[in-house]
Design a protein around this ligand. Structure first.
Ligand code: PNS
Length: 158
């Protein structure tokens, strides 16, 4: 059984994340969507809300588990006995940070392999930050997030 971890902040999960989760679920037996706890960075949604939204948004996809983790990704990777870490990559601008992170993680554990996946073109420009900005400014976010996240954003932002 191969297990992949898809880590991120997911504040909140959007269609670009879901696109990567769906692709990863086709090549892995189990995908653990891992919400990182960042105590120094307060987000719009709490950890519990992020986990809950991902669980609801991934209901139709098989082999998905949603968890949170604190501290180093490499420790969580070892604890879960995982085979790989999945990261979505959207554009050249993502590359430097992702490259740095993948090499740092590998230097912490030689077994940690990072697999990069590209979302489909219509989701390539999405980020949680930009979705929140559009929602704040009352823009239409129907094409960017699943209905459950849209409702949660509307409730948060008003
Ligand atoms: O969605 P994001 O914010 O780009 O995700 C970044 C995340 C959470 C995957 C990354 O910051 C992370 O792995 N944090 C855990 C702490 C850690 O292991 N840091 C060292 C890796 S370079």
């Amino acid at each position: 059984m191969n297990i992949a971890i898809y880590p991120g902040s997911f504040d909140p999960v959007h269609n670009g994340h879901l696109d990567v989760i769906e692709r990863a679920s086709k090549i892995c037996d189990k995908v653990i969507v891992a919400v990182a706890v960042n105590r120094s960075k307060s987000g719009l949604f709490t950890m519990e809300e992020r986990v809950d939204l991902i669980e609801k948004a991934t209901e139709g996809i098989s082999g998905i588990e949603v968890k949170s983790f604190e501290g180093l990704l490499v420790n969580f990777f070892q604890k879960e006995n995982a085979d790989a870490v999945i990261r979505g990559i959207r554009a050249v601008s993502d590359f430097e940070y992702e490259f740095q992170m993948a090499l740092m993680n590998r230097s912490l554990d030689e077994e940690l392999e990072t697999i990069f996946m590209m979302p489909s073109q219509e989701n390539i420009y999405l980020s949680s930050r930009i979705v929140k900005e559009v929602a704040h400014l009352n823009g239409n976010i129907d094409n960017f997030v699943p209905p459950v996240v849209k409702a949660a954003l509307q409730e948060k932002i008003g």
